[in-house]
Design a protein around this ligand. Structure first.
Ligand SMILES: [Mg+2]
Length: 233
């Protein structure tokens, strides 16, 4: 199986082009510290995760949704005695996170430079529109991309819409990302190619335990390794 028909390469953004999950982990730790007098950290972690998942259909992904889930969790745990200072600190944790620098992952720029000469490159990212735009802007990568798609979910139908919009067929599309669940599986399902480039940490919600048997599925330990998969004319 080769990429000879491929016309467009899609890149996930968070934890594929730049580091993101580390900031969430650090923010969570700060939140657990804040509530340590009320509840052990692992119980706070469980309560927060459950609120995040329950809130996904209404709030979507991203930092602002995460902030609201922290507020709700703190109110549940602290009840009516929760000092207003805790809410203030949660807002601070979220605002800090929104202003973090965008740190590109190793080999990203080199890979985009090499591939953009031969393919149309697009970004497919889910999350909060404003925050994803902010990160793209700060990343300095915008000029490498033909199109940027910010979606609220990455399901099969979301990719199909994009593929149609790009005026190509699924087998002419490769998607590259750190999440098997969001970046790879839906595209394979459509008959496209998927390349998994794992990040060192994965959010609980994106974790799946699966062995993929598909000749359009590829794995690369790091971004630069994907260049070995493409043979240019
Ligand atoms: Mg990602």
């Amino acid at each position: 199986m080769s990429f000879k028909d491929v016309k467009v390469i899609g890149f996930d953004a968070d934890d594929t082009l730049w580091a993101n999950e580390d900031y969430f982990r650090a923010a969570e730790e700060a939140f657990f510290d804040l509530l340590e007098d009320y509840m052990p950290r692992h119980s706070t972690a469980r309560a927060l995760f459950s609120n995040e998942i329950n809130n996904l259909p209404l709030y979507g992904y991203g930092i602002k949704a995460f902030m609201l889930s922290m507020v709700e969790t703190a109110l549940e745990i602290g009840g009516k005695t929760l000092p207003i200072e805790v809410i203030h600190k949660i807002i601070e944790i979220g605002r800090d996170q929104l202003e973090k620098p965008v740190l590109l992952l190793e080999g990203v720029t080199e890979t985009l430079v090499a591939l953009q000469k031969h393919y149309k490159l697009v970004v497919v990212t889910k999350g909060d529109l404003l925050d994803q735009e902010r990160k793209l802007d700060k990343s300095g990568l915008v000029s490498y991309f033909h199109h940027i798609e910010i979606v609220s979910e990455k399901r099969k139908e979301d990719y199909l819409k994009l593929i149609k919009h790009l005026d190509i067929k699924p087998h002419e599309f490769v998607m590259i990302g750190n999440s098997l669940k969001s970046d790879v599986l839906p595209v394979l399902d459509l008959g496209g190619f998927g390349i998994h480039v794992p990040f060192h940490t994965t959010w609980e919600h994106e974790k799946i335990d699966i062995t993929i048997e598909n000749n359009k599925f590829f794995h690369a330990d790091k971004m630069e390794d994907i260049l070995n998969l493409f043979i240019y004319e």
